[in-house]
Write a protein that binds this ligand. Structure first.
Ligand SMILES: *Cc1c(COP(=O)(O)O)cnc(C)c1O
Length: 369
């Protein structure tokens, strides 16, 4: 008989995982997806300069990476015209969200997010023994007013907001986010996840104010820079807040291949602009495909499009399933009424050719059921 060694918290935690990867789905199906347009990855790929830098660094991988991420941090700071003391680099936004939760939330602590929003924040909160207050979307937007109200009511330490939002692709203007920042309770930190900000209109980001200890901004190399597999992200914030990440972060977490790649990617802003244009064209095509099927696509500020399947969640789940059965990898929102949509990531021309052919068939299959 084994001794029950787990903590009460771990025993209480559900065994669910926040993401089932396409690889797991492929293993279950016994075949590969024909189009991988479900995880908001960037099919246009990283800058060739980033690839070359990573290839070079691969031979040097016997060395640990620089635990201070010095060169990358310096380049990020210069890019945003802030000091290196205002930047912490980590293993993607996902890891940085975990460190943030550890910094601000005690066991039993309360946080607030939107019901159906990006789930990783929730995963960390629950995993550290915290509680989540979930605020419904308003229209298809995260409800910044209700989020603030809930924060005041429950005296929360952290408010999570993704802008642009995933899974809907909607965004608040920077001025509207700024109103939220100005109204933040003194006791609350705004966890502002800007994973898609490079795709968004210029007015989507509030001004960077690194003097405000109540706001943390999160950026990533996974989406616009097309380096999701390298796991590099960063947070921007007030100097003392940023310093506190050193108490909880994994100092050798960011491997040197990733550091070298991100540094080269950041320096190739021309590649980034090209990619953003390609993504925008792909999103426009997805909207056209929706229209050709008599459906509406939500306007997007990100690298994916939510297509309203024109009925309820049960119907959209059938469409989703039919696409999956046809080896097209997509995802969909989890919560009503947003679950009336399927979410399609900006794909290559070939990916979208596959989707264009498969979508009407999937809709027909769903209608027959
Ligand atoms: C994709 C995504 C992330 C993941 O970022 P990583 O840097 O790859 O961890 C974070 N937030 C949102 C809203 C996302 O959609």
């Amino acid at each position: 008989m084994s001794i029950d060694k787990f903590t009460p918290l771990v025993k209480r935690l559900p065994t669910t995982v926040p993401f089932v990867g396409p690889e797991a789905q492929e293993r279950a199906m016994g075949r590969l997806f024909r189009a991988r347009i479900g995880a908001n990855e960037n099919v246009f790929g990283p800058s060739p300069k980033a690839v070359a830098a990573m290839q070079k660094a691969a031979g040097e991988v016997w060395m640990y990476g620089d635990p201070e991420n010095h060169d990358l941090k310096q380049a990020i700071a210069a890019h945003h015209n802030i000091k290196t003391e205002n930047v912490v680099v980590g293993e993607g936004i996902d890891a940085l969200l975990g460190y943030t939760v550890r910094m601000y939330m005690e066991e039993g602590g309360i946080t607030v997010t939107s019901l159906g929003a990006y789930p990783t924040f929730n995963y960390h909160v629950t995993g550290h023994g915290g509680e989540l207050v979930m605020v419904p979307y308003v229209g298809d937007f995260e409800d910044r007013v209700a989020l603030l109200e809930a924060a005041r009511k429950h005296h929360v330490r952290m408010i999570y907001l993704a802008n642009p939002d995933n899974p809907m692709g909607t965004y608040w203007k920077g001025s509207q986010v700024q109103e939220m920042i100005d109204a933040l309770p003194e006791e609350s930190v705004l966890v502002l996840d800007e994973a898609y900000i490079e795709f968004a209109p210029d007015d989507a980001a509030p001004p960077l104010d690194v003097s405000n200890p109540n706001v943390l901004r999160y950026r990533t190399f996974s989406k616009a820079y097309a380096m999701a597999g390298a796991r590099v992200g960063y947070a921007i914030g007030e100097e003392n807040v940023i310093k506190s990440f050193d108490k909880v972060r994994d100092h050798f977490g960011l491997n040197r291949v990733a550091q070298a790649g991100a540094l080269a990617a950041l320096k190739d802003q021309e590649w980034l602009s090209n990619v953003v244009e390609n993504v925008s064209a792909a999103c426009a095509r997805i909207a056209k495909i929706a229209e050709a099927n008599g459906l509406e696509a939500l306007p997007t500020a990100a690298n994916f499009v939510a297509i309203d399947c024109g009925a309820d969640g049960d119907f959209a789940r059938k469409v989703y399933q039919a696409l999956t059965d046809d080896a097209i990898f997509v995802r969909m929102p989890a919560v009503a009424p947003q679950d009336r949509c399927v979410r399609i990531s900006a794909g290559s021309v070939q990916d979208l050719d596959c989707f264009e052919a498969a979508f009407p068939k999937a809709l027909a299959t769903a209608k027959e059921q």
